[in-house]
Design a binder for this molecule. Structure first.
Ligand SMILES: Cc1cc2nc3c(=O)[nH]c(=O)nc-3n(C[C@H](O)[C@H](O)[C@H](O)COP(=O)(O)O)c2cc1C
Length: 327
C-alpha cells in the first residue's frame, strides 16, 4: 500500500492541470495542505528525445513529495523508456499514467482517453511501465469511459490492478463530456468498492462539505481537486481546517490574494523556464485569469489582465482593483 494511504489517511491530491500546476503553483498548494501532487502530463516520446521544455515541466522540489510524474503515450516501449529515464534522473515517488486526456492532439496519437477504447492495449502500456520501474510505484488516471455508452472504468480498473498499478484516480466524466456537467460519482463509488487498490475520486470537488459527503458515501481512499484549486489554492487549507475543527478559516483578503499572485509571478520569472527568460508576461495571462477567478469584479479584471505585459502592469491592475473596492 502506498504510504500516503496507510493508517486511514485520506490524502487530498492536487489534480495535474497542464499549463497551470507548475512547480511554483504546486509549492503554494503544498504549503496550504495538498498532500500528494502530480506534474502536468508530458509526452513519453518527447521526453526520451530530451525535449528541454518537458524536462522543465517534470521538475519538482523535495518539499513537494510525495510527487508523481505523469506521462502519456500509446507505445509500451517508449512509455517504459520514459519511465526509466524519469526514475533514474528524478526519483519521483511514483509514475502516473494519463489515460484521461480528451484533447485532440493527444487523441490523434491514440493516447490519453483514446486508450479507454482499447483496454487491452491500455493494460499492455501499464504493464510495460510497471515492469520498467520495479522499485517505483506506478499509478493510473482515467475517465469513466469514452462516452455514456461505453463506461469502462470498472473493466479498466481491474486490468490496471492486475498489471501492477498501485492506485487509480478516476475523473468521473467521459471523454465526450469534456469538463462539462456532473461527475459520475456512482461509477467512481462502484469501482472503489470493487478494487483492492486505492481509488482516488475526482470531479467538481469544491468544498469541505463535498469531501465529507464523498467520504461518507464511497470507499474512495482519497480525493483529487482540480479547477477549484486553480482560482483558490487555499481550498486545501480550508478543507483540512474544516475536517479538524468543523469551521472554515477566514478567506485571504483581496490584497493578500494579489500579493500571492505577484509573488508567484516573481518566482516563475526567476526560474529557468524557457518562457520566463523573456520579461514579457503575455504567456502568463491564462494563469492570471485563473488565479483571479471568483474575486469580486473578476470579469472586469480579466479585461485589464489582457493588457499585462510586465510585472509593473500586473501591480497596477492589482492596485486599481484594491482601490476600486476600498481595500
Ligand atoms: C486546464 C486543465 C489542464 C489539465 N491537464 C491535465 C493533465 O495534464 N493531466 C491530467 O491527468 N488531467 C488534466 N486535467 C484534468 C484534471 O486533472 C481533472 O481531472 C479535471 O479537471 C476534473 O477535476 P475538477 O472537476 O476538480 O477540475 C486538466 C484539466 C484542466 C482544466
Amino acid at each position: 500500500m502506498l504510504p500516503w494511504f496507510q493508517n486511514g489517511q485520506f490524502p487530498l491530491y492536487l489534480a495535474p492541470m497542464a499549463r497551470f500546476t507548475d512547480i511554483v503553483f504546486r509549492e503554494f498548494c503544498k504549503a496550504q495542505g495538498a498532500d500528494v501532487m502530480v506534474t502536468e502530463f508530458v509526452q513519453a516520446d518527447a521526453l526520451t528525445r530530451e525535449d528541454p521544455k518537458l524536462w522543465e515541466t517534470v521538475d519538482f522540489t523535495e518539499a513537494q513529495r510525495p510527487m508523481g510524474v505523469q506521462i502519456f503515450g500509446s507505445n509500451p516501449k517508449s512509455m517504459a523508456a520514459a519511465a526509466r529515464m524519469l526514475v533514474e534522473r528524478l526519483q519521483p515517488d511514483f509514475i502516473d499514467i494519463n489515460f484521461g486526456c480528451p484533447a485532440d492532439r493527444v487523441i490523434c496519437m491514440d493516447a490519453g482517453s483514446s486508450m479507454l477504447r482499447n483496454p487491452k492495449k491500455l493494460g499492455q502500456v501499464t504493464g510495460a511501465v510497471v515492469r520498467a520501474v520495479p522499485d517505483t510505484p506506478v499509478t493510473v488516471k482515467i475517465r469513466t469511459g469514452w462516452d455514456d455508452n461505453s463506461i469502462v472504468a470498472k473493466e479498466v480498473g481491474h486490468i490496471v490492478e492486475a498489471e501492477g498499478a498501485q492506485a487509480l484516480a478516476i475523473h468521473g466524466r467521459t471523454k465526450v463530456q469534456g469538463y462539462r456537467g456532473e461527475a459520475n460519482w456512482p461509477v467512481i463509488a462502484e469501482v472503489a468498492a470493487e478494487l483492492s487498490i486505492p481509488v482516488i475520486g475526482n470531479g467538481n470537488i469544491n468544498s469541505a462539505e463535498a469531501v465529507i459527503r464523498i467520504r461518507e458515501e464511497t470507499v474512495c481512499a482519497g480525493l483529487m481537486i482540480g479547477r477549484a484549486a486553480l482560482g483558490y489554492p487555499w481550498i486545501f487549507r480550508d478543507i483540512k481546517h474544516y475536517l479538524r475543527h468543523g469551521t472554515v478559516p477566514e478567506p485571504p483578503t483581496i490584497p493578500e490574494r494579489w500579493a500571492t499572485i505577484i509573488d508567484y509571478t516573481r518566482q516563475i520569472m526567476a526560474r529557468p523556464f524557457r518562457e520566463a527568460r523573456h520579461s514579457d508576461l503575455r504567456w502568463m495571462r491564462p494563469k492570471f485569469i485563473a488565479l483571479t477567478k471568483g474575486m469580486e469584479g473578476s470579469r472586469k479584471i480579466r479585461g485589464a489582465l489582457g493588457a499585462v505585459n510586465q510585472i509593473e502592469d500586473l501591480q497596477r491592475v492589482a492596485e486599481a482593483h484594491c482601490a476600486q473596492y476600498g481595500l
